[in-house]
Design a protein around this ligand. Structure first.
Ligand code: SF4
Ligand code: SF4
Length: 95
């Protein structure tokens, strides 16, 4: 399942997507994010049938991703720490 966290405003779409079929709950995305955007939950809040841990975007960050991720995204955009850390390839950004 694709879990989309974020929002849209007049300047664009600002979503982080976690592919919960790929995420194995390893937690590698948590310490590399300078904005503390990720957490790993023991149970998937979006899928009560899932038993394994899964990464989520913490709720208080979901409406400010454009600003919190901005330091990681100068132009030209380097590889993102979260995407680089996720060996499962579960994290993507819409912008
Ligand atoms: S690094 Fe990737 S696989 Fe590991 S918890 Fe984060 S999103 Fe899931
Ligand atoms: S781009 Fe940077 S601030 Fe945004 S989620 Fe990834 S590591 Fe965290």
């Amino acid at each position: 399942m694709l879990a989309n966290y974020g929002y849209q405003d007049a300047s664009g779409d600002f979503f982080i997507t976690i592919d919960t079929d790929k995420c194995n709950g390893c937690g590698d995305c948590v310490p590399v994010c300078p904005a503390h955007i990720f957490d790993v939950m023991d149970e998937d809040p979006n899928d009560p049938m899932r038993d394994e841990p899964v990464a989520v975007v913490v709720s208080e960050k979901r409406k400010k991703l454009k600003y919190d991720c901005n330091p990681c995204k100068p132009d030209p955009k380097p590889p993102l720490p979260c995407v680089e850390a996720c060996k499962a390839g579960a994290i993507s950004h819409s912008w």
